[in-house]
Design a protein around this ligand. Structure first.
Ligand code: HEM
Length: 404
């Protein structure tokens, strides 16, 4: 076996060449136990079949740690303000998960999302109006992030002018490590405090948005507790922009690295829906699903997993498994739809998949139409990446284009 158990799959060295390492892991051990010095053991699942098995079987692989035992859950839980951010559907299983998901499903149907198209196009156009004449921008901070955060903020009814605060809070929460604990705690307190004040305002003066609708459900004592409501909004903000913004960044990065595909897509925008699926498959912004907890001793691809152990399904690796499609390491924007797992599988399948696809479609179409000769403005080796535990995406992506 080429990899030792002490392999750290979160090191920059690993993440910097993740797809190459995952290919080797899939060959050698598609279910791999990693235990770097001083860390808890973690099973990494890299084979497509095994990833699918984990995500579809919430009986054996739970998201809710209290199904192991209350002490285990308490160990992972923590302060009150964390409860106000963590009490959401992605941390639940079974009926408890369905109950929360039903409350927001309607806002994210294909029909509801299609109705948002003109507004998303307007946001993309106005962001490019601002930078167009200069012929250069950082795709992440000047396009992908403001686009995604504005869309989800408007849908929820959260003031978009506070987006820099959301970005700061959200970045800290998804990164977790690398901040001192008091800094992290302050961030949790600020985020939860902001949400609770917003909920109270929307309850007193409802507007036509999702927070007001959900605040009504809570007030009437029908189904939603205060911590569930606060956590739901926090989840939608974080899941609704971190992933989409990074995905736009990944897709533009892929395109500028594949100039033939870029020119073809600019000249044949009808290819965009298939291309969007290919960008999602080729370099997903969600590299790994959220950790699962083993509910009983079990076997997976010949490995023995014990109750209470942690399991990470690596969807980014599954997407590059040859059992999914031919030549998985090759970008092919005309590929007939390949069943990628970038939006997960099973009960926690991404709530915002239609919205994310539409944002990506609009962001790329608008960029290619408005920015002729789009290319990287720096040497490819200078692009900095942001490897937070589950996500991948460029930290910044400077591009330029021809003006006049
Ligand atoms: C390209 C962008 C996106 C990607 C790649 C993505 C990916 C994913 C994945 C893989 C999961 C499942 C996680 C797991 O099983 O551990 C998930 C769940 C989720 N996503 Fe997304 N997502 C994206 C955009 C969005 C957007 C725009 C929203 C909007 C609100 C959103 C909201 C959610 C929610 C609420 C869940 C939890 C669903 C549940 O627990 O039932 N996502 N997403």
């Amino acid at each position: 076996m080429p990899y030792e158990r002490t392999l750290d799959l979160n090191s920059d060295a690993f993440r910097g060449e993740a797809y190459r390492h995952y290919a080797a892991l899939r060959q050698a051990s598609p279910v791999f136990l990693s235990q770097p010095d001083g860390q808890l053991p973690m099973w990494y699942v890299t084979g497509a079949r095994e990833v699918e098995e984990v995500l579809l079987d919430s009986e054996r692989f739970a998201r809710d740690p209290s199904r192991i035992d209350p002490q285990f859950a308490a160990m992972l839980g923590g302060e009150q303000s964390i409860a106000f951010l963590n009490d959401h559907m992605l941390n639940r299983d079974g009926e408890s998960h369905r109950r929360l998901r039903r409350l927001v499903n309607k806002a994210f149907t294909l029909k509801a999302v299609t109705a948002m198209r003109p507004r998303i196009e307007q946001i993309a156009e106005s962001l490019l109006d601002a930078v167009g004449p200069s012929g250069r921008m950082d795709v992440v901070s000047q396009y992908a992030f403001p686009l995604s955060i504005t869309v989800i903020a408007e849908l929820l009814g959260v003031p978009a002018q506070d987006r820099d605060d959301f970005r700061r809070w959200s970045h800290m929460i998804v990164r977790q490590v690398g901040h001192d604990l008091s800094e992290l705690q302050r961030c949790y307190n600020e985020f939860a405090g902001y949400m609770l004040a917003l909920i109270d305002r929307r309850r007193a003066y409802p507007t036509d948005d999702l927070v007001s609708a959900l605040a009504q459900v809570e007030e009437e004592g029908r189904m939603l507790s205060r911590s569930e409501l606060c956590s739901m909004i926090a989840l939608l903000i974080i899941a609704g922009h971190e992933t989409s913004a990074s995905m736009i960044g990944n897709a533009v990065h892929t395109l500028v690295q594949h100039p033939d595909a870029l020119v073809r897509l600019r000249d044949e925008p009808a290819l965009m829906p298939d291309a969007v699926e290919e960008f999602l498959r080729y370099d997903s912004s969600v590299e790994r699903a959220m950790v699962r907890f083993v509910t009983r001793d079990t076997e997976l691809a010949g490995q023995h997993l014990r109750r209470g152990q942690f399991v990470v399904a690596v969807v980014g690796s599954a997407n590059r498994d040859e059992v999914m499609c031919a030549n998985p390491d090759r970008l092919d924007i005309t590929r007939p739809a390949c069943p990628h797992m970038s939006f997960g599988k099973g009960t926690h399948y991404c709530l915002g998949a239609s919205l994310a696809r539409q944002e990506l479609d609009i962001a790329l179409n608008t960029l290619l139409r408005r920015c002729p000769g789009l290319r990287l403005a720096v040497d490819p080796s200078a692009v900095r990446w942001r490897y937070v535990p589950n996500f991948r995406g460029p930290d910044a992506l400077p591009v330029c284009w021809s003006v006049g």
